[in-house]
Design a protein around this ligand. Structure first.
Ligand SMILES: [Zn+2]
Length: 660
């Protein structure tokens, strides 16, 4: 909640003309907490009796001693501060400092993160802003004196944000000491510059990311070392975060600034794939399914805008749903998010439900005695080493043994949505011990995630079973939706838990995970039924914020296709991308692109030396080619076929002694 509000307020104020932002830093925060003062504040907040006594005894009479090479000093009493490293200390510190923000004069906004305080205000003229900030600084100083807090004046500074070069900031004093005036202020890792160009922030992000790029370079040889999958993980985990931190704030910066970040990603893409310098970025993005940074920023902007719209009483809510007066004549967060929402109007849900307290909090554990959830099948793995036939056999054996048909109602459920987010459907197949069956397919909404469709299928199935008069008192729900079963286990689906609890009153209930798409007949039938439900005419429906977020991300995410390239070794991968893209060291490319080969023609003299020529036609390589491919094979198969086919291609390149 806290950060959400702060972000919004920062955007809110940044679009106004003049305002001051000031960062102060209370030195060595935890050591300096005045204990008597803290106890007074605890009493004021209504902490009393045992709890009060307990905290009091925790704070007082703490002794410490120094130990050097077995020699111990005398014990001495710690007079100030909450214990360093104690689990309670941050909370106690927050209680101590909490009233500072509320004591600020009206119109002054403040954000506090641990001991890092920022206060700001927005005014038409710099002189007014300075005057108000001085008032706030005086109040801050008085508070510090009252509560024995020392403020590090060297580390505190002021910044005036304005687009007008004529506006000058006045000096602000803290307890008589004039504060330094900075061109930029950094708060929680984001650097705000005077004119809000975000140039300094982006430059810093670039530097940090480039430093980390060295790791990637060390891991990525062209003939050895880590393959694409590992390099991609390293990039996404350690480098990209630097390129994206705080992007919802600065994504409207000028294109030239943003491009400096794109260049870092492009360089990483080249290292990850081992592709030649001339290779088009698009091809590398497609192969690695690493999204362009601008697209990811757009998704983040959309998610953030949706979140602000869902928060009740948020100052941004109003601005996001009204026409913009674009005073700044350059793009803003509001502007950008409106443009995106127009662009994706057709595919995105138009109504997001307000974000309620419950959704943000972790729900309380619900009592679920007697409902058993099994999220695995013995010996079934998710690895590629196990094939579908093995999975099917293991699963069917488990069902036969654990849930014999004669004694259990089998309920197969499945949910599906187009591209994981559109037109959801739920399918249910119930097999009763007597031999009769029941089926049902239901539409679950135009905007629906797989997860929701799966959960909905279980909900419907539960009420179906509850209403059935079959005398069998044991029921097993068989579902391939692992995430739904896990969520249920962790009390994240209270409604479904309630529905199952109703069934539980009359029957024994087990939920059993089964592997998907491996030919379990009941599961296949439920899948068909779900697809039937999905094609029914679906009305526009509202979604929750977290569903909206999933839908936005899925929409923007690049589609992945099965490509055995990803399973190959580094050397094979490098060869393949060079052959596939045509950006390689063969004569045709080296001559035309780099003027590094004297002629584009192959040594055989018949035509240009391209990937197709050497793989399909070059007479000089006929013998090698026959060894690898005894019968003619299309180029498409050689470059994009199964792992076996791809391996043949790389073997051919190596044995022909070609360097691509
Ligand atoms: Zn040739």
């Amino acid at each position: 909640m806290f950060t959400g509000v702060t972000e919004g307020q920062i955007y809110f104020t940044l679009s106004h003309r003049a305002q001051t932002l000031k960062a102060t830093d209370t030195s060595k925060a935890f050591d300096k907490v005045w204990k008597d003062g803290l106890l007074v504040k605890l009493l004021r907040k209504g902490v009393s009796s045992n709890m009060y006594q307990w905290i009091r005894s925790y704070l007082y009479n703490r002794r410490a001693r120094v130990n050097v090479d077995q020699t111990k000093s005398k014990k001495f009493l710690l007079r100030h501060g909450v214990p360093q490293g104690g689990v309670l200390s941050p909370t106690l510190f927050l209680l101590f400092i909490d009233d500072l923000v509320s004591e600020m004069p009206k119109g002054i906004k403040a954000a506090l993160y641990a001991d890092d305080l920022v206060i700001w205000c927005k005014e038409e003229h710099a002189s007014t802003a300075t005057y108000r900030m001085q008032q706030a600084a005086d109040r801050l100083n008085a508070w510090a004196e009252d509560w024995c807090v020392s403020i590090n004046k060297e580390k505190s500074s002021t910044t005036l944000f304005t687009l007008s070069p004529k506006q000058k900031a006045g000096t602000i004093r803290l307890g008589g000491t004039p504060l330094r005036e900075d061109e930029e202020a950094t708060y929680l890792g984001v650097t705000f510059d005077r004119r809000q160009t975000w140039k300094p922030h982006i430059a810093q992000a670039e530097t940090k990311a480039r430093r980390k790029l060295a790791i990637l370079r060390k891991l990525a040889g062209t003939t050895w070392g880590a393959n694409e999958k590992i390099l991609k993980t390293v990039y996404q985990g350690t480098i990209r975060p630097h390129l994206e931190y705080g992007s919802t704030a600065w994504s409207t910066s000028a294109k030239t600034n943003l491009q400096t970040l794109d260049r870092v990603q492009n360089q990483a893409l080249r290292l990850i794939t081992g592709a030649m310098k001339s290779t088009p970025i698009k091809e590398m993005e497609k192969l690695t399914t690493i999204q362009p940074l601008c697209q990811r920023r757009e998704a983040k902007t959309m998610v953030q805008a949706e979140k602000l719209k869902c928060l009740p009483d948020h100052p941004m809510k109003h601005r996001l749903s009204n026409l913009t007066k674009n005073r700044l004549k350059r793009s803003s967060f509001v502007h950008e998010s409106k443009r995106l929402s127009r662009q994706y109007r057709e595919v995105l849900p138009q109504n997001t439900l307000p974000l309620t307290q419950e959704e943000e909090e972790t729900p309380k554990a619900t009592e679920k005695p007697g409902i058993q959830i099994c999220t695995s099948v013995p010996h079934v793995t998710s690895g590629e080493d196990q094939n579908d036939t093995a999975r099917q056999a293991l699963t069917l054996a488990l069902i036969d043994e654990q849930y014999p048909k004669e004694a259990w109602i089998h309920v197969y459920t499945d949910g599906s949505a187009t591209n994981a987010v559109l037109n959801g459907g739920a399918g249910i197949l119930i097999q009763f011990p007597g031999g009769h069956t029941a089926t049902s397919s239901v539409a679950t909404g135009k905007h629906c995630t797989n997860y929701k469709a799966e959960a909905e299928a279980l909900m419907q199935a539960a009420s179906f079973v509850q209403d059935s008069a079959d005398p069998c008192y044991q029921v097993v729900f068989l579902s391939d939706a692992l995430s739904v079963l896990q969520a249920l286990e962790n009390d994240k689906l209270p409604q479904l838990a309630k529905a199952l609890q109703m069934v539980r009153q009359t029957r024994r209930v087990v939920l059993q995970w089964i592997p998907a798409h491996c030919g379990i007949p009941g599961n296949e039938r439920a899948d068909e039924l779900a697809k039937e439900g999905a094609v029914e005419d679906q009305p526009e429906n509202s979604v929750s914020f977290s569903e909206q977020k999933t839908i936005i991300k899925a929409l923007m995410r690049p589609r992945t296709n099965r490509d055995d390239y990803h399973t190959m070794s580094r050397e094979q991968q490098v060869n393949l991308i060079r052959l596939r893209t045509g950006h390689n060291r063969l004569n045709a490319h080296m001559n035309r692109k780099f003027k590094l080969a004297p002629s584009p023609t192959c040594a055989c003299g018949q035509e240009d030396q391209t990937a197709e020529h050497i793989l399909q036609r070059c007479p000089l390589l006929d013998e090698e080619r026959k060894k690898v491919w005894p019968s003619p094979t299309p180029l498409q198969t050689k470059l994009y076929g199964s792992r076996q086919e791809l391996e043949k291609t790389t073997t051919f390149i190596t044995s022909a002694g070609l360097i691509v």
